[in-house]
Design a binder for this molecule. Sequence first.
Ligand code: ATP
Ligand code: MG
Length: 391
Amino acid sequence: MKEIILLKEGEIALKGLNRGTFEDILVKNVRHRIGSLGKFEFKRAQSTIYVRPLDEEIDLDEVCQRVGKVFGISAYARAAVVSKDFALIRDKAIKYLAEDLSAAATFKVEAKRSDKHFPMKSPEITRELGGALLEAFPHLKVDVHNPDVTVLVEIREVAAYVYANKFPGAGGIPVGSSGKAMLLVSGGIDSPVAGYMMAKRGLQLHAVHFVSPPYTSDRARQKVETLCEEMAHYCGDITFHCVPFTEIQEALKEHCPEELFTILMRRLMMKIAQRLCAQQDIHALITGESVGQVASQTLGAIACTDAVCEMPVFRPVIGMDKNEIIEIARRIGTFETSILPYEDCCTVFTPRHPRTRPKLEFVEQAEAGFDFEPLIQKAVENTELKVIKLN
Ligand code: ATP
Ligand code: MG
């Protein structure tokens, strides 16, 4: 049987003159995500991308699973392709939708017709098909407000499409349409969610993770790579940077006031992240900070951190409660990995009494007491790069 996947464009359908560019990126992202499952042909019309499988054996359930996580799609459906003849459409609907309709108590039909040569208008198609389905499935009742199943018929230029129910897509705009950003990713719950949220707004992610062996283990690093893999279902390929941070943390411990350790460490992380950005045409940072969550996320601490940043720092979870962040982490599949109990370099040498209202002036003074520049350069030079991609 001939089937096709319909991808309904979300926000990008409203993009005016730039729309084609957004669509190109979306098609490229979908192609990249499902290409390993077989060959497909892509066509666009009426704010829909028609994905036609070219091999019989392609697993369409898996295709749907994958496209459901590609940003830029508001809804998707799997449909039967039929010739534009009402009798054929009716017979196909009865057969193709039998399982859905047998399990439902109520239904409605919606028809769309962009091919104005088709002899029936939409209300007539709706009425006739509704009647035929009631005859074929006598247990059904029509409910136009809240049906168990919505049967959709689209009469388009090339063919007619019949399907039951659209599934909600991942929303957002296509990854890559807003440029690139560097996510500071820890092994925690918040930063993967922050990355997901910004990728949803079209940013292509690079990730930077700081490690402090032997204080942090290889398993801790592996956990963060796993988190990036889990994020890649939504965010696409992620270029992962692993920065050796031990020497810097040891220098901090030795040469700076203990109560400023965390804030100085965060400033150094931001500096290094920006050096990595400069090498790769990246113009924004992303963190998983949320106001007041820990000592380094007070207003004063954030101000001291931002003072070393020369590019926008996006903190999409800044106003969210932990519960709200956890809800997203569970939905996108990062939560279970995030709660594995491995140490993060942030938890190495944590001060007993961190300053919650650090004054920038004192922070800068403390930082100037030691020349971190050679260590920063060394850390950047020894950063390991790896592209994290699926299949
Ligand atoms: P998360 O759940 O993301 O770990 P958190 O609540 O544990 O956040 P912190 O440990 O204070 O908060 O870290 C705040 C932010 O700093 C993180 O969201 C992340 O963006 C960044 N960060 C923390 N540790 C690291 C690390 N080892 N490498 C890179 N970035 C980090
Ligand atoms: Mg953390």
